[in-house]
Structures are given as structure tokens and as C-alpha cells.
Design a protein around this ligand. Structure first.
Ligand code: BG6
Length: 313
């Protein structure tokens, strides 16, 4: 990795015992080893790449074929899509914005009995003038990303407008969940929700639970909690906060075969459930104001197995 990845921590000794910053083969990585959970966050993209609640195993899918170089977007984990989701208004490039392709700063970390909280930051000063997309979005900003990692996962992205003019803002927390077999997965909580089907480019309405039998790329106009069921077993509940939409994505066999950073069978064990604000819901953020997007993931066994169904909060 080039030397652009840095931490704003003055001394490694400022980190709590459960948190280490290491130079990994794919760049600087925050390693978390706590009684409640283990995990890793690559500073490149502030990208959460692993979350293992104790006793429950890996919850996130990460492609073994992922790219990690400068300007690359890691395939899997939790990409941060900012300041727009997909192609922005007017087909803005790059897809999903520039924040996932840049090195972030580790700002601070703390721990308590529930787990670890890691704060990462990115500002406009970190965005080189030649970064693709910057000319579309030249505004002064401060981004803070807070990862609360324990038996539950909480991720919170907050942007502050520190300039003198409003700017348009949207994005997504593009979480890749690990599933045993996508064909056995169903999602509860989206029943009746209208959605845009990006595969057929049609407007649809969800009938019953969501099942998977082909390429799935849907932008649901719903922010209800989504329960991921594997066969008859409840796995996790996913809740967005301050999102306008929920995106559900699996590329299936045909599209995965065209992706250089996913193996031909990688699609079988992954499912993206994203807290999103797509371009039709982007907001203008006035100077001095903040905007937030979050997601909570709760394993069913952590919630007691019975109270994580759709509608519970
Ligand atoms: C999803 C989009 O959010 O991300 C899909 O709805 C897209 O259309 C997918 O294919 C992956 O995007 P990328 O840029 O990471 O390949």
C-alpha cells in the first residue's frame, strides 16, 4: 500500500487492550479481540472486513479474490458508499462514490464489557483533487464512522458540512452477510413493500417473504427491520437507521462470473442488505449541519431467538 494510510492516534499505547493497529499484507488493519467478539477493519475505505461474535462464527462475507490496492473497493464486508449510492444523479462516477476507495484515519478506540467502539475519520483534505468523482462533489466535509463491535454490530456514518454552501448527500452501508446457502435464505419484513427491480428496470411490490432463485438487485422503499431466515432458522435481524430505502443484492451465477473480484461460486454464500439513501432521496445538507446513516445487526440467538422478528425495535 502507498503511504497515504495514516492514523491520527499519537501513540499505539492509546488503544485499549482489545484493539491493535497492525500493518497487514493489504494495508493497515484495526484488529479487535474482545471477549464479546473479534473483528477487523481495514483503514482503506474504513472497511469492516470481519465480525465474529463469540460463539457464533463469522457473520460477514469477504471475497478471497478481493482487490486491495489504491483506489480499489474491497469486495465484501461493509463498503461505505459515499457521497452517493450506485451511480449518482446524472450517472455520476465512480459507482457508490469515492469514500470506499480512500485511506481513512483511525481516530480513537475504546472498550467496555459489551465490546469495542472504533472511530474513523475522513475529510475533504484526504480527497486528492484527482480522485474520480471529486469534481462532482468538491465540498468541504468531515466524515466520522463509528463501529460498535460486540455480540451485536452497530455502524454509524455521520457527515458534517463544514463549508459555506449546501451539498447533496446520499449513500449506503453496503453490508455483505455470510449465509450458508443463498437458495435456502428468506427475508421477512419487506412484505408489501414497493421496490425498484434493477434487474428488469421495473417497479414492483413485494409479495410475501423474499426468496432467492436468480440475480436479485432491488431497492425497497422500506426501512422496516429485516429478519434473515436460513431454512427454518432465524439468523440475524438487520435494521437501518436514517435510511430511506433497503437494498437487497445477490449477483447470482451469471453476474458473478463477470466479476474479477468474486469467484464463480462466491455468490452462493453472500447476501447484501444495505441501509441506503439512493439518488432520488438525496438531501441537501446546509452549512453547519450533520447527516447520519446507520445499521444495526443483531444475531437471533443474542436477541433470544424469539424477539428479533420484523417490527421489533
Ligand atoms: C448494489 C447495487 O448496491 O451494489 C448493484 O444495487 C451493484 O447494482 C452492487 O451491482 C455492487 O456494486 P459494486 O460497485 O460494488 O460492484
Amino acid at each position: 500500500m502507498p503511504g497515504r494510510c495514516v492514523t491520527t492516534l499519537h501513540r499505539v499505547s492509546e488503544l485499549p487492550a482489545a484493539v491493535r493497529l497492525v500493518d497487514g499484507s493489504n494495508g493497515p488493519v484495526v484488529e479487535i479481540d474482545h471477549a464479546a467478539a473479534r473483528g477487523t477493519i481495514h483503514l482503506h475505505g474504513a472497511h469492516l472486513t470481519s465480525w465474529l461474535p463469540t460463539g457464533l462464527g463469522e457473520q460477514l462475507w469477504l471475497s478471497p479474490e478481493s482487490l486491495y490496492g489504491p483506489d480499489a473497493a474491497i469486495r465484501g464486508g461493509v463498503p461505505i458508499c459515499f457521497p452517493w449510492f450506485a451511480k449518482g444523479p446524472g450517472d455520476w462516477e465512480p459507482q457508490h462514490g469515492f469514500a470506499r476507495r480512500l485511506p481513512w484515519h483511525l481516530h480513537s478506540a475504546s472498550e467496555d464489557s459489551n465490546g469495542v467502539t472504533v472511530r474513523l475519520r475522513l475529510t475533504d483534505a484526504d480527497v486528492a483533487a484527482d480522485v474520480l468523482g471529486r469534481e462532482r462533489w468538491p465540498y468541504p466535509f468531515e466524515l466520522e464512522y463509528v463501529v460498535g463491535l460486540g455480540r451485536e454490530l452497530g455502524i454509524d456514518l455521520t457527515v458534517s458540512n463544514i463549508g459555506i454552501e449546501p451539498f447533496p448527500i446520499g449513500g449506503a452501508l453496503h453490508t455483505y452477510l455470510r449465509v450458508p446457502d443463498i437458495t435456502g435464505v428468506s427475508l421477512l419484513g419487506l412484505e408489501g413493500a414497493p421496490y425498484h427491480d434493477k434487474v428488469t428496470e421495473t417497479a414492483q411490490q413485494q409479495q410475501g417473504s423474499v426468496g432467492f432463485s436468480g440475480e436479485t438487485d432491488r431497492v425497497y422503499a422500506s426501512t422496516e427491520p429485516v429478519l434473515v431466515r436460513d431454512g427454518t432458522i432465524d439468523r440475524v435481524q438487520v435494521r437501518g437507521s436514517d435510511a430511506s430505502h433497503t437494498v437487497v443484492w445477490n449477483p447470482w451465477q451469471g453476474k458473478a462470473a463477470t466479476m474479477a473480484d468474486m469467484s464463480d461460486d462466491g455468490w452462493q454464500q453472500m447476501l447484501c442488505i444495505e441501509a441506503a439513501v439512493p439518488h432520488e432521496s438525496m438531501v441537501e445538507l446546509p452549512p453547519g449541519h450533520r447527516w447520519h446513516l446507520g445499521q444495526r445487526i443483531t444475531p437471533a440467538s443474542v436477541a433470544g431467538g424469539t424477539n428479533v422478528g420484523p417490527g421489533s425495535r
